[in-house]
Design a protein around this ligand. Structure first.
Ligand code: 2BA
Length: 120
């Protein structure tokens, strides 16, 4: 019987998909890099506030996951933002209602099992 291929036994990696505020993204990436983690930043926009944020991808070995998450947490702040809802106007444009305060962040993080990792 042939020995299992890498993909049969799993990659031993997790993918962190971390959504952070624009203001925190550089500090997170810098701190991850200093700790030896590679990362990729994608400039994204939050669906609720429609404000720019950053989605940071970090592929990590299973046993390094907690260390990376702590770095992300420690470099993200909670901030207060205001959302201005609108109501449909009787004629023409919708009109703004009173601003609603929302707390944004630290970081919204998804952790996914990596089935396979290749650098081709
Ligand atoms: P946004 O969608 O622009 O949301 C910004 C903040 O607005 C949220 O902060 C939350 O405090 C508030 N918010 C969002 N949806 C709301 C709603 N339906 N009603 C009332 N308040 C609402 P965070 O929870 O810290 O999220 C920051 C950003 O993370 C989000 O920006 C979004 O880009 C991302 N995110 C959060 N949860 C997510 C999820 N389940 N799936 C995908 N992305 C998510």
């Amino acid at each position: 019987m042939s020995s299992p291929s890498v993909s049969d036994v799993g990659s031993g990696m997790q993918l962190i998909l971390g959504i952070v505020q624009d203001e925190d993204a550089s500090a997170v990436i810098e701190a991850l890099g200093q700790a030896g983690f590679r990362s990729t930043r994608i400039n994204t926009v939050g669906g609720f506030l429609r404000k720019g944020n950053a989605t940071i991808l970090v592929g990590v070995a299973n046993d390094q996951l907690q260390r990376a998450l702590v770095i992300i947490r420690d470099n993200c702040q909670t901030r207060t933002e205001y959302f201005v809802p609108t109501a449909p106007g009787e004629v023409g444009e919708p009109y703004p209602l009173d601003p609603v305060q929302v707390q944004v962040g630290g970081a919204t993080v998804f952790v996914l099992d990596v089935e396979r990792f290749e650098q081709l």
